[in-house]
Write a new protein. Sequence first.
Lengths: 274, 544
Amino acid sequence: MEIVVAVKQVPEISEVKINRETGTLIREGVASILNPFCEYALDHAVRLKAANPEIRITALSMGPPQARAALLRALELGADRAILVCDRKFAGADTWATALTLSEAIHQFVPGYKLILVGKQAIDGDTAQVGPELAEMLSLPQISYGIEAELTAGLKRIRVKREIESGYQIMEARLPALVSFSKGEVIRRAPSFKEILGARAKQIKVADASELGLAEKEVGLSGSHTHVVKIFPPSQKVHGRMLTGLEAGEAGREICLFLKDRGIPTDSDMRYRT
Amino acid sequence: MHEITSSLPPACDFNEVRRVEGFDRIREQYPDFLSDESKLTMGPFDLLFFPANESELSAVVKEMVRRNIPITVAGARTGLVGGCVPPEGALVSLAQMSKVLAVYHAPYAREWRIRAEAAVRLADIDKMAESKRFPDLEKSQDPFVIEQLRLYGGEQQRYFYPPDPTEMSASIGGSVATNASGARTFRFGPTRDWVRGIRVMTMTGEVLDIPRGKYFSSPSGWFTVYDGKGSCYPVRIPDYQMPRTKNTAGFYASPHMDLVDLFIGSEGSFGIITSVDIALLAWQPKCSIILFTESDERALHLVETLRSDKRLKLDFLEFYSSSAMDLLRDMQAGDPRHVGMPAIPESAGAAVFFDVGFDPLEEKPDFRALEESTASAGVYLADSWAGYEPRELARFKAFRHLLPEKITQVLSERKKTYPGLHRLSSDLAVPDEHLFDMWRLYRTQLDQAGFEWVAFGHVGNNHLHVSTMPRNMEELERGLRLYAQFAQKAAAYGGAVSAEHGVGKIKSKFLAKMYSADEINQMHAVKTALDPDMLLNPGNIFAA
């Protein structure tokens, strides 16, 4: 049984720094890592494999040559093989062009796949679109924001516990299917040094645009339907003011005065119980 | 040259120095200044000074000497032996002397160096060296400083400061005064090996500028210090042999020694370090490895094998005993996220940690030497955790430091029932050939006593921290006697009674286990030559 885990290399950033002139992320001096959510997806693939040893895991990435490092990490963590789809023509791809390229790579190189696992989003772009788009392009049922997964019905279905705003939901899909993963309770694996060395003995297949048979206008910047106009970090939330040691009514009045002071309309008929 | 002359910094008005007067006010406004990480507190003291530069420091020193008031010096107060805890008199905090003065290339040594005032923190030095951003220097008007900063910024290579005491909030001055060491001492040596010069204020209020490699003791073992007025202070270097181990107990002494080494690790006995020059080293990518072994003895055998294999270059070699692994398993059972690592394998009886040079993108990395060496000790690389990404290195480092935190937590819980309880922790190092002897002594005695104990730390330097968590006051009393025996035995093996924590006020009684009365008198003679009235850092090294 073939599982594809689509992964992305991202800058290891805790604080986004933007070049004000070009509007792009500053990546200088920032290490690159396997996107953490992709690592969680891979972790679930490895768990499924532990329960079903016949599973074979392929890690797939579209990216520049240095994205090989992210695939090495995937191999260390338990992927059996890795494919890097790499071509200058893919540069500047939006989520649509990325999903299209990945879907074609899956068709070409893992035609017998039964399951595609992805991270819910990459920590650099944060769009959370590539997974769902990939599922649509491949006409697969999809379950997003998974945190637990098991194969059921003789490996014909997947049951996923997923996060929703009000709690959790359990969903099942027939295979083939696509599942995206959130963090959940996963504690990141630590491969052994033998696995780290072993990953370097495995071959990473590198494929360019010509091998995928996609027209130039379908990939990269020219295949993109969207383009980034501006990137900026979200404004920082200002710390609130905490009222303590007041009776409920007093506190209510304080809040009302605070809002009034700032010109925020309050209902003049409001009554506070004291 | 064994003669050196101090010079007076520009004069300044003593009354201009920032200060707090009166013990009640000090206690109220600066409660942290009453103690350090040892939690030792002593008698009340009435003066707290914050000099901003050498001139102000000089004014304070001269005035205190004139009034015969003892001076205790505080850096970042991260010490573990009460070195900066004043028994009386005045406390001088160097907190305001916290500027980086230069980053510069030393062409003959072919190395980059940082010159920093005493209170600059190690964590900040690390950050600046790596990021190549030095906020203090960017504002400089000095063309040399600006030019050197530009050259350093243009370097592609990443640099770091090798000594890595666990406590990175320590100040550079404090770490030099105590010759601080850490895990990486195994490969790179202690702080001493990275100090290229110091400026130090003596009790005359004058400054000695001591670059490494300029002032050496005379063939008969003397230095002569002159002050600006021509007064002469002859200093005779003790003639004892330093232990062949990591050591912070007692003053450094060796034939034809460099004057800078007399001050490094002297715990502020002779003068106040105002600025230091330290060397940086080119950083190489690493992989951290935690190798699990079936037992403590197997782990120690592995240590002996790894360090005798000259093909290997390990940055550090650290140990977690089987009891330490059990304590960590307890933590994982409580909250696995707090530990942040996968479940410790059932089969793991003990663990050895180390770093190896590792380039993640190298096509065919060759680690045959490591594989052969570990296999010959009956340990296999498959039984390990390894990581090389910056976040993984940080995760592994955090895991290494988790155990002391857990021990503190266990004891805080017990202190609720027995407020006088504290942990017992060894800081003993022995020469290589006595690693197993020392281990057997710890294990037999502590097990026989029925104590709850763990061992961890710098096994590569035969320097284990053996921590006992007494369950009541009776165990504490018995434990104290046992630990005194351990110190005695380590000294008899030719080791050190304080390998990295220093002597300060808490361990001064241990000094007699390592040095004879005559040797301690020789140390005392050095102290009185430079501080005749014993006014500087009273109670440190020599019990009051």
